[in-house]
Design a protein around this ligand. Structure first.
Ligand code: HEC
Ligand code: HEC
Length: 263
């Protein structure tokens, strides 16, 4: 017979107590995902958005093309133009002008703008943020709530601030002064541009960046590319320094320059 010493049993009890506490914490942390939140997750990854996207306008993007649904620091390698959607329900107001505080829930935290502009290429001025079907907006919000409750994050910096043409030009000047690393540039291109510009010589939803006819003025061409990243366009969201630093963009430019010159 094994004699249980008081010392041993008190350790056993405290181990049990820890185990029970852990089980409770883990179970609470992994709250069941509701059917509605599950639908929200499907929509988040679906370029047809549950079939509600007009197939004649579809860009082929899903929300996941531009936003992570995990903490950005657990990066999967892609550099997305939008931010992680964790924490969206805590913001209470949207950065999009058309989304008044009263429309925050109805547009799933402003996602209704992206639904029109980025999934269906509707020009920013014509976007109607409540065109997103109400049940789909609710499902998205349920998913945002589900992933937000599991993670406690300080309020992240998410403001979308594309630069004006003038500001972007100055940025272009600064970037072109830097010496880029073309090998690193290809990797950064793959992670942040290839999603839309399949390769430098292939178009995706974005333009073919390196044409077969070399540009008359290579420096001017490189300057345009650098400033375009900061300014953004009609469908291309601008990327700030939080996404790509000046040296990062300089590396991408060095990579593209090499391909232009290789012809
Ligand atoms: C082509 C890229 C792109 C796609 C696709 C896209 N978004 Fe966005 N989204 C952005 C950018 C850029 C912003 C502004 C910067 C930011 O807040 O991350 C933004 C902002 C947001 C915001 C914050 C709005 C606010 O008012 O602060 C939410 C929520 C959001 N998107 C959700 C979605 C959802 C849901 C989808 C899918 C229906 C989607 N986005 C598709 C690029 C995109
Ligand atoms: C979410 C998709 C998307 C991403 C990511 C993206 N682009 Fe674009 N880009 C586009 C689209 C679409 C256009 C066409 C014009 C417009 O709608 O803005 C474009 C246009 C451009 C243009 C102007 C057209 C031209 O050929 O002169 C440049 C330059 C450019 N992109 C560079 C880049 C670079 C460099 C990156 C990576 C740092 C990048 N883009 C990432 C979608 C994207």
């Amino acid at each position: 017979m094994i004699k249980i010493t008081p010392r041993f049993s008190s350790i056993t009890i405290s181990m049990f107590a820890t185990l029970i506490t852990l089980t409770v914490v883990v179970t609470l942390g992994q709250a069941e995902i509701s059917e509605q939140a599950k639908l929200g997750r499907h929509l988040f990854y679906d370029p047809s958005f549950g079939g509600s996207v007009d197939p004649r306008k579809a860009t082929g993007f899903s929300c996941a093309s531009c936003h992570a649904d995990f903490e950005s620091k657990n990066s999967d390698g892609l550099i997305r133009s939008g931010h992680s959607i964790i924490g969206v329900p805590n913001r209470k107001e949207s950065q999009w002008e058309k989304v008044t505080p009263g429309l925050f829930q109805r547009t799933a935290g402003g996602a209704g703008v992206c639904y029109q502009q980025f999934l269906q290429a509707i020009p920013a001025k014509k976007v109607d943020p409540v065109a997103i079907p109400e049940d789909q907006a609710k499902a998205l919000m349920a998913y945002f709530n589900y992933i937000t409750q599991k993670v406690s994050l300080p309020q992240p910096e998410f403001t979308y601030a594309p630069l004006s043409r003038e500001e972007a030009r100055t940025e272009g000047d600064n970037i072109l002064k830097l010496e880029g690393d073309k090998n690193r540039g290809w990797k950064l291109y793959g992670r942040s541009c290839a999603n839309c510009h399949a390769g430098p010589k292939k178009r995706g939803i974005g333009s073919q960046l390196v044409r077969s006819r070399p540009p008359a003025n290579i420096q001017a061409r490189l300057h345009k590319i650098a400033s375009y990243v900061r300014q953004g366009g009609y469908l291309m969201p601008a990327m700030g320094k939080d996404k790509l630093s000046d040296p990062d963009v300089a590396d991408i430019i060095a990579f593209l320059e090499q391909i232009i010159l290789a012809k």
